[in-house]
Design a protein around this ligand. Structure first.
Ligand code: GDP
Ligand code: MG
Length: 187
């Protein structure tokens, strides 16, 4: 996976997946621009943003973030977003159990895509996708309906990172990307 970058300047393609309304676009905007807009627009199809962060040893990682729309009608486009992705961040809303179910669907889907790209890309090295499960809207503790322990158990069973975030308060947003960066830098 060393196309176009060396050990000092890594480029990591990241796809954000999850049900509509869980806060994917807000997570990206918080990370890239440090902003939270409670009236953010619904993503149509997919949007693209990038952000470069530095590791302590002068290595930089440029995240190329594909923020997808959760709507079913765009599901057919998902394989396009996945092409060359090193990281999949699968988001749910801790106040909406159905969004956690949907996240599990995306995990299975990601594993399927990973298996397909393994067959497709065998000649080009490891297609392993680093997966993270993210429970967003952690600021809404009083409305919580998905216990953190359930999500953690699920994530561990599936070999994923797990973190709860709040795009609103920015809790764990930078930490999420720092963890992903640390692991991506070994890809
Ligand atoms: P997407 O469809 O997954 O991209 O979701 P959006 O980013 O568009 O966010 C959907 C709604 O959830 C918006 O009204 C946001 O203001 C709200 N939202 C997003 N993140 C948070 C969060 O961390 N806390 C709270 N309380 N609301 C959030
Ligand atoms: Mg969106």
């Amino acid at each position: 996976n060393d196309e176009g970058h060396d050990a000092k300047n890594l480029r990591v393609k990241l796809v954000l997946l999850g049900d509509s309304g869980v806060g994917k676009s807000c997570i990206v905007l918080r990370f890239v621009r440090g902003q939270f807009d409670s009236a953010s627009k619904v993503t149509v199809g997919a949007s693209f943003l990038s952000q470069t962060i530095a590791l302590h040893d002068s290595t930089t990682v440029r995240f190329e973030i594909w923020d997808t729309a959760g709507q079913e009608r765009y599901a057919a486009l998902a394989p396009l977003y996945y092409r060359g992705a090193a990281v999949a961040v699968i988001v749910y809303d801790i106040t909406r159990p159905e969004s956690f179910c949907k996240a599990q669907y995306w995990v299975k889907y990601s594993k399927m895509i990973e298996a397909i790209s393994f067959i497709e890309l065998q000649k080009h090295g490891s297609p392993d996708i680093l997966m993270a499960l993210v429970g967003n809207k952690a600021d809404l503790q009083e409305k919580r309906e998905v216990p953190a322990q359930d999500a953690l158990d699920y994530a561990e069973k599936n070999g994923m990172f797990f973190m709860e975030t709040s795009a609103k308060t920015s809790d764990n947003i930078n930490e999420l990307f720092e963890v992903l960066m640390t692991f991506s830098s070994f890809i």
